[in-house]
Design a protein around this ligand. Structure first.
Ligand SMILES: NC(=O)c1ccc[n+]([C@@H]2O[C@H](COP(=O)([O-])OP(=O)(O)OC[C@H]3O[C@@H](n4cnc5c(N)ncnc54)[C@H](O)[C@@H]3O)[C@@H](O)[C@H]2O)c1
Length: 428
């Protein structure tokens, strides 16, 4: 096999991961992109990235060839798969998009083609699921006429300090020569920050435990928040003190949703179960974090009962799965709202970043079009620490709540803000 340093790159799946990857590689290789969603392609062609990761200017500058017709893949030498890896209703890995992407790519593979999976998976998917589909659809053989690799994506949407150019990229190929080809492909875009993992399965395993580690650590502080809540002390006060120790890990409590940290543990848990090993800690973390929104909603509802505001109106600020992103996928605020409603509270919604249509379809009602200057809600619940909420003044927050009502600050964002003593306050 001959190594080539300039690749004709094709990105398959142009979402939160695929689009920034395309732009990062574009200065170094010709890049084309395929996404099966024509609406996504039309929006990108019009200069709009609904994920908020890429500005219209950057999109216009880059010379990307993007299409929802797979024929755009014809002539590519390196195919990078960045499609979703969700779980099904029973929390089992759903590899449907990865398998479909491999089937789409296969007819376009020529001898010497490179295929790299970037999606988060459990160890074994690249070689045991993707490889065979590619071989069957192309007639090529992995390790001979077909080069196969895995390189997990570590970007953190909404966090421009940890983009592709700033973080080390883990790479692994089915042969040593493949790993070196991956190094030539990605190196220029990552400032040569590369780590050659021992094997594809090691790279897959490393990615999935990075996210599981976060899930478990957040679950621990969430559990601690529940224990300390029963004592009447705030986990945020506890963490302020504990964090002064040099080796205390700075995790904070909250809702764990999204398509990564809240999902990936199930990938390894499923594999573990199939291997006959019960994944106790992984699933305990999931149980605690999945139950957190309901626990918080019940605490708020109980406080409102004590304030004699049974069935009072609640305004929830922040609907996305985490701060500074418009991404609503698997947002646990949905659970928070439905438990509040089950306690009889009418709930109004606001989010400065989420798409109003997506909110309407997820929550069954539209959000407020803007945050009002004043209102008379019985409770204002800060669910997601968007920068716009961090910037709210005490006077504005006070003006939203009926005197004697509740300010429930899940993220502890307003802890240092002096609010009128007439308002009740609750935080984790
Ligand atoms: N978003 C993150 O923060 C992040 C970070 C690291 C890793 N990951 C992982 O990266 C992968 C992609 O995640 P994402 O957040 O970019 O997903 P996404 O939903 O934002 O984007 C995926 C894109 O792939 C397209 N698509 C789906 N099936 C396709 C197919 N068969 N062919 C072509 N296009 C297809 C979709 O239309 C969508 O535009 C997942 O495995 C995820 O776990 C995500």
């Amino acid at each position: 096999m001959n190594a080539v340093s300039l690749e004709e790159v094709a990105i398959v799946g142009l979402g939160y991961v695929g689009l920034p990857l395309a732009l990062a590689l574009a200065p170094h290789h010709p890049v084309r992109g395929y996404d099966l969603d024509p609406r996504r392609i039309a929006e990108l062609a019009a200069g709009h990235d609904r994920t908020g990761e890429v500005s219209p200017e950057r999109l216009a500058e880059a010379s990307l060839r993007l299409a929802s017709d797979p024929s755009v893949l014809d002539g590519a030498t390196a195919f990078l798969i960045t499609v979703p890896t969700p779980v099904d209703d029973a929390n089992r890995p759903d590899l449907g998009a990865v398998e479909a992407a491999a089937r789409t790519i296969a007819p376009f593979l020529r001898p010497g083609a490179l295929v790299v999976l970037e999606s988060t998976v459990y160890p074994g998917v690249t070689e045991q699921v993707v490889g065979p589909i590619l071989e069957a659809g192309s007639g090529l053989t992995v390790g001979d006429s077909l080069w196969l690799g895995y390189s997990p994506e570590r970007v953190n949407p909404g966090d421009s300090a940890h983009g592709i150019g700033q973080v080390t990229k883990v790479i692994a190929g089915s042969t040593e020569a493949t790993t070196e080809r991956l190094a030539r492909l990605y190196g220029p875009a990552t400032g040569e920050r590369l780590f050659r993992a021992a094997s594809i399965r090691v790279a897959e395993a490393a990615k999935v435990i990075e996210n599981i580690q976060r899930d478990i650590n957040i679950a621990f502080v969430n559990e601690a928040a529940q224990i300390f809540g029963a004592l009447g002390i705030s986990i945020h006060d506890v963490l302020d003190a504990a964090r002064t120790k040099w080796n205390f890990l700075p995790f904070t409590p909250g809702l764990v949703g999204g398509h990564c940290v809240g999902v990936d543990p199930y990938y390894l848990a499923d594999l573990a179960t199939r291997l006959g090993k019960h994944p106790e800690m992984i699933l305990a973390g999931r149980r605690i974090n999945d139950g957190m929104a309901g626990w918080i909603a019940r605490r708020i509802a109980q406080r409102l009962v004590r304030l004699d505001r049974r069935g009072g109106r609640v305004l929830v600020l922040g609907l996305t799965f985490k701060e500074a992103v418009p991404d609503l996928r698997n947002s646990k605020v949905v659970d928070l709202v439905s438990v509040l409603e089950a306690w009889g509270h009418p709930v109004d919604l606001h989010d400065p970043l989420a798409d109003a249509d997506e909110v309407t379809s997820l929550f069954g009602r539209p959000p407020l079009s803007a945050l009002p200057d004043h209102g008379a809600w019985d409770a204002v619940v800060l669910a997601v620490a968007h920068p716009a909420y961090r910037a709210l003044s005490a006077a504005h927050i006070e003006a939203l709540v009926d005197p004697g009502g509740l300010v429930a600050d899940i993220k502890g964002l307003w802890r240092d803000l002096p609010l009128a003593a007439t308002l009740a306050r609750w935080s984790l």
